[in-house]
Ligand binder design. Structure first.
Ligand SMILES: C[S@@+](CC[C@H](N)C(=O)[O-])C[C@H]1O[C@@H](n2cnc3c(N)ncnc32)[C@H](O)[C@@H]1O
Length: 253
């Protein structure tokens, strides 16, 4: 049975969707992530998520990275990982992941598919990490349950404290006359976990500021054609900077 917190999460996330009439006119997929934006840095940032994963890995262990992208979460703790499995629904992300793993000499494999449907193929590992994926998910309980089930020791989830695209809400109003409902937060995710009988440790922190995305990127997100980019650039100048507020959720399996 779906609990109150899970229903609230699903409603808030559904409110972030793009109406079909706007999507139908989009010149490009507004949801697709560009692998170039997700290449892992050579030297990992020192974060609470990294600390938590290192603690769970102890002297060494296996790891599954759900929604791995270019492997930021994996490679941040590579020195303690004996074998890594990168799971992502975008094949081009997995190509980047496996190439970087090879370059770093880390034994790894990839599973292409959407979580939790791909969980059986991914199998189990000592530690499961999942960074910046929850805000893409509508039906959270099966997603979270599968993270726990895949982990022998524990799970580390990293997320922004509010939906990452909330900074573009003023531009949805301006360009599409679309008023967005409030975004889901890390507290909403924690409430869903509690309904599943899990009380995570939560650490709040600020990510290193990333440069704002360029007008071409934002125009695609807003389902606008390239010839609107100058207008988007002008509008972006009036939008407050993106929040850096992040949360790490840690629980034992
Ligand atoms: C914002 S990126 C984060 C990538 C990486 N974890 C990081 O922190 O840099 C989200 C990634 O999750 C993937 N993704 C989103 N939902 C997913 C799902 N349900 N199953 C598998 N992959 C998913 C996307 O394709 C994308 O590569």
């Amino acid at each position: 049975m779906t609990g109150t917190a899970a229903r609230r999460w699903a409603e808030l996330q559904s409110g972030r969707g793009v109406p079909p009439e706007i999507l139908a006119q989009a010149p490009a997929d507004p949801w697709a992530h560009n692998p170039d934006d997700f290449a892992a840095p050579a030297v990992a940032a020192d974060t609470p998520s990294r600390d938590a994963a290192l603690a769970l890995l102890g002297e060494g262990g296996t790891l599954i990275d759900v929604g791995c992208g270019g492997g930021d979460a994996t490679f941040a703790v590579a020195e303690r990982v004996r074998h890594a499995t990168g799971v992502d629904r975008q094949r081009d992300m997995l190509e980047l992941y496996i190439a970087d793993a090879a370059a770093r000499g880390l034994p790894a494999r990839t599973v292409c598919g959407s979580w939790p449907e791909s969980a059986a193929e991914a199998g189990t590992a000592d530690v499961v990490v999942c960074h910046h994926v929850l805000h893409n998910v509508v039906d959270l309980p099966p997603f979270l349950r599968a993270l726990t089930a895949a982990a022998r020791r524990g799970v580390v989830v990293e997320m922004l404290t509010r939906h990452p695209m909330v900074w573009l809400d003023p531009l949805w109003a301006r360009f599409h006359d679309l008023r967005r409902p409030p975004p889901a937060t890390d507290e909403d995710a924690v409430a869903v976990l509690r309904e599943l009988g899990v009380t995570p440790e939560v650490r709040h922190w600020d990510r290193e500021r990333r440069p704002p995305h360029d007008p071409a990127w934002v125009a695609r997100r807003l389902c606008l054609p390239a010839d609107r980019e100058p207008e988007v650039a002008a509008a972006l100048a009036e939008v407050p900077p993106r929040s850096r507020s992040a949360a790490t959720l840690i629980w034992r399996a």
